[in-house]
Design a protein around this ligand. Structure first.
Ligand SMILES: Nc1ncnc2c1ncn2[C@@H]1O[C@H](COP(=O)(O)OP(=O)(O)OP(=O)(O)O)[C@@H](O)[C@H]1O
Length: 567
């Protein structure tokens, strides 16, 4: 409950209503009522009367009588002329007070409020800052210490603008304009986003300070962004899996005639159970085709087991392909292990890099494909298994057959239907679609929005030979996205040299061509190029250009004017 100043009134007093003149009887009364203040009241005035120690002399202190008036301002005003106030309520004298006593009362009251305030501010977890009209910090909570990494002892009593950039100080607005903020999102620093509440502190209609409370929401914002990116990824995946279920070949991007022919061959092959041989250079998408055929023939839930035929050592071929029974050989898993063939049961066995398979293994593979029966290593019971076969190679198998490095009987068994996937350089039209597709995919993967791709960069991609085919294109796009700045892809991050593109080194060559010009002219030419380049790069942001070149903005403007660059 709020305490009124009247609670500070003292009650030990006596009021005499008599004429001033009779000093002796007054002395007598004062002596008799020791411990009580004696007020002497005549028609127009009130005095506090006190006897000095020698008891011979009476002192008169002028007092004022206030009735039913709780207004503190009035009381303070009266103390300018009077020593004591005698307070009257509903016709009765309630008490008296001196200015000193009232001041002590308020000092105590202020101390109470101060300790409460300090304890409240120490207890709240968040950041709370209080400044006065001169921008001096009065309060700085532990939460503010944590949020801004500035210690209480260092900032209290100092100007807040000595610690923070005025551009980021919302409280300056509050102090200047009296604006209050409630839950406003505010960028307190480049790496810090807060929810801010701020209020001006008013006294007698004047702003004497401001209180600001801030809650760090940087991690919420980051989480929110991550959530929205993840949802976007999920959405894209859902969409792709839907498309993929409807037509698995939709995953194979590109619009060129060459690719469309290959897809249409593959679709037709997928209607049969024939063995299929996919040929094409490394990275053209042979495995992608194999998976699409598999999904159409066997369904997406059936197993798709890929074996890299060039990577299996001859000694392990049988155990890898056919698996082994329990205790088949020392060091083997005691429970036995299923072979790839068994794993592919009811699905597809994808024989990748078939051209790399050593001859002695080709015999074993041929037998397996002919009989669809096998003995697991260490097993006595023959197993029967059904699966489809798709083989892939980047070698010219026919040539290998001619060189007797590949068995012709195996070649004919695998090559019932053959599909040739053309290299990317033979279908440059696909570069555009694939680039955009990989850009979209990678920008989502790395959460880096990309504004698009420049004509110049696309030209460079179209001119490249792509020895690594689509795998290489995918990696190049990923690299461009990773090194992108503010959503812009830069041609400088291409991992290969581009014909006709002027890199920084070509500047020297061009300068050599200008040999009739003076040194100053040549230097100005270089400077002009640097400035134009930087202006383009920063989209004309002169402050940023000046920063990047470590010159003042004034110098930059002078140089632009001197060199006749309008931007
Ligand atoms: N047309 C395409 N559309 C989208 N992505 C593709 C396409 N072709 C290939 N890719 C992607 O390029 C990469 C290489 O493809 P894949 O592994 O199928 O090539 P490959 O011919 O089997 O290569 P290798 O001969 O080296 O095994 C994969 O990431 C694949 O998803």
């Amino acid at each position: 409950m709020r305490r009124k100043w009247t609670e500070a009134l003292r009650g030990n007093f006596l009021i005499l209503e008599q004429e001033e003149g009779d000093e002796n009887s007054l002395k007598e009364i004062i002596t008799k009522n020791e411990g009580e203040k004696v007020f002497l009241k005549n028609n127009s005035e009130v005095f506090l009367v006190e006897m000095l120690v020698e008891k011979e002399h009476i002192n008169y202190y002028r007092c004022i009588e206030i009735s039913d008036d709780h207004n503190l301002n009035r009381v303070a005003e009266e103390f300018k002329n009077f020593h004591y106030i005698l307070y009257k309520e509903k016709g009765n004298y309630i008490g008296y007070i001196s200015s000193g006593e009232l001041a002590a009362f308020f000092e105590k009251k202020c101390n109470v409020i101060k300790t409460y305030t300090e304890t409240i501010l120490d207890t709240i977890d968040g950041s709370c800052t209080v400044v006065n009209a001169d921008l001096e910090v009065l309060f700085w909570t532990k939460g503010a210490e944590r949020l801004f990494s500035v210690k209480q002892k260092d900032i209290i009593g100092k100007q807040i603008t000595d610690f923070f950039d005025p551009e980021h100080l919302e409280l300056l607005n509050t102090l200047k304009n009296g604006t209050s903020l409630n839950h406003k999102q505010h960028k307190a620093r480049e790496d810090l986003v807060v929810l801010i509440n701020s209020n001006p502190v008013y006294l007698d209609g004047e702003i004497i300070g401001a209180v600001v409370a801030e809650t760090d929401i940087t991690s919420q914002i980051r989480l929110n962004q991550e959530l929205s990116t993840t949802s976007e990824k999920l959405f894209a995946l859902e969409r792709e899996s839907k498309i993929f279920k409807e037509d698995p070949f939709k995953m194979i991007r590109g619009n060129s005639m060459e690719l469309k022919n290959a897809i249409s061959m593959a679709k037709r092959a997928a209607e049969t159970s024939a063995n299929i041989l996919i040929q094409g250079e490394s990275g053209v998408g042979k495995e992608l085709f194999a998976k699409a055929i598999h999904t159409i023939r066997e369904g997406s839930d059936a197993p798709f087991i890929a074996i890299n035929c060039g990577a299996i050592p001859a000694t392990l071929f049988e155990s890898e392909m056919f698996g082994y029974e329990r205790g088949a050989f020392s060091g083997a898993d005691s429970k036995g292990k299923k072979g790839k063939v068994e794993l592919a049961r009811g699905g597809t066995l994808f024989l990748d890099e078939i051209g790399e398979m050593p001859l002695e293994m080709q015999v074993k593979l041929l037998r397996l494909l002919q009989e669809k029966r096998y003995f697991p290593v260490g097993g006595t019971k023959e197993k029967e298994v059904d699966f489809r076969v798709i083989a892939a190679t980047n070698r010219d198998l026919k040539q290998l057959v001619e060189e007797e490095k590949f068995r012709d009987d195996l070649y004919y068994r695998l090559n019932v239907v053959s599909i040739e996937i053309p290299p990317l350089r033979k279908r440059p039209g696909d570069v555009i679609e694939l680039t955009h597709y990989f850009l979209y995919e990678t920008s989502i993967k790395y959460n880096r929005p990309i504004h698009g791709i420049s004509q110049e960069l696309m030209q460079a991609l179209l001119q490249h030979e792509w020895p690594g085919n689509i795998r290489e294109l995918k990696n190049v796009v990923e690299r461009l996205v990773v090194f992108s700045e503010d959503g812009e892809l830069s041609i400088e991050h291409l991992p290969f040299q581009i014909e006709g593109y002027q890199t920084k080194n070509s500047l020297q060559y061009e300068l050599d061509q200008n040999d009739s010009k003076s040194l100053t002219e040549r230097l100005e030419e270089v400077e002009r190029r640097i400035l134009i380049n930087e202006l383009k790069r920063t989209k004309g942001n002169k402050k940023e250009v000046a920063n990047r070149l470590n010159i003042t903005r004034a110098t930059l403007y002078n140089r632009l004017k001197k060199l006749g660059i309008e931007y």
